[in-house]
Design a protein around this ligand. Structure first.
Ligand code: MG
Length: 239
């Protein structure tokens, strides 16, 4: 496990903090899936199978085109759903209900260490996810950290814009309300972090083999280390 900042020069690192911009770190914006619980639990495989089945059975897409279209829509629009809305006039609520019908407890478990880590951080914590609020609430309940999150910015709150579309970040910043440098974005998907960086946010990449990447200020293998990043950004803010 390692925690690294993108910039090894302390001055360069401090250049993005409130000490120089006048902004205080006020919000911790957590991605949900594979950020608040470990990646490769197998849950996404099951959700992926439900997406495939939805595209075949509900939308009527030939099976041999399903994977190609999923990749295309994900790359072009940010999520499969958005592509299905644009090209197949899919009802987003029907899709979202269908693909989230998984038994979470088969895949994810309580994380007391994360509960403790979050308890020590005074910033407001929010979920910023391309999934639904219902799915998010179920996940944080199982992980045992639901009481830390005052707000959930889900796919509906984002007006079905999704990360990494710039509109998604602007909607969240306006709703908080906040400016980019007042936020730390924590996510396992690099393209989401790069877009957050573009919006002026500090960024922490949760990755299996983290290393410096464009658009990421920090990286770690485990989200429980978020407190170290907060401490680095705002010394004295961790209780
Ligand atoms: Mg994720």
């Amino acid at each position: 496990m390692e925690l690294r900042s993108r910039n090894s020069q302390p001055d360069a690192l401090r250049g993005r903090t409130g000490q120089h911009t006048g902004s205080v770190l006020r919000f911790l914006l957590f991605d949900l899936d594979e950020t608040l619980y470990p990646a490769q639990t197998g849950m996404f495989d099951e959700i992926g199978q439900l997406i495939n089945r939805y595209m075949e059975e509900r939308v009527g897409i030939p099976p041999q085109q399903v994977l190609h279209l999923r990749r295309l829509y994900y790359e072009r629009y940010g999520t499969t759903l958005r592509g299905l809305q644009i090209h197949h006039q899919v009802d987003p609520e029907d899709y979202l209900t269908y693909v989230h019908q998984v038994d979470l407890t088969s895949y994810i478990h309580p994380n007391p260490a994360l509960d403790q880590a979050l308890a020590g951080l005074p910033q407001e914590k929010a979920i910023f996810t391309n999934a639904t609020a219902e799915h998010a609430r179920r996940v944080v309940e199982v992980v045992g950290v639901s009481h830390h999150f005052q707000r959930i910015f889900d796919i509906r709150a984002l007006g079905y814009f999704c990360k990494p579309l710039p509109q998604a970040y602007q909607i969240v910043l306006k709703a908080l309300p906040a400016v980019g440098p007042e936020c730390l974005l924590i996510d396992d998907t690099l393209r989401n972090l790069r877009a957050g960086h573009e919006a002026g946010m500090h960024t922490l990449w949760i990755g299996a083999r983290p290393g410096p990447q464009d658009g990421t200020d920090y990286c770690a293998t485990d989200v429980v280390r978020v407190g170290e990043v907060v401490l680095d950004l705002m010394p004295g803010q961790v209780r």
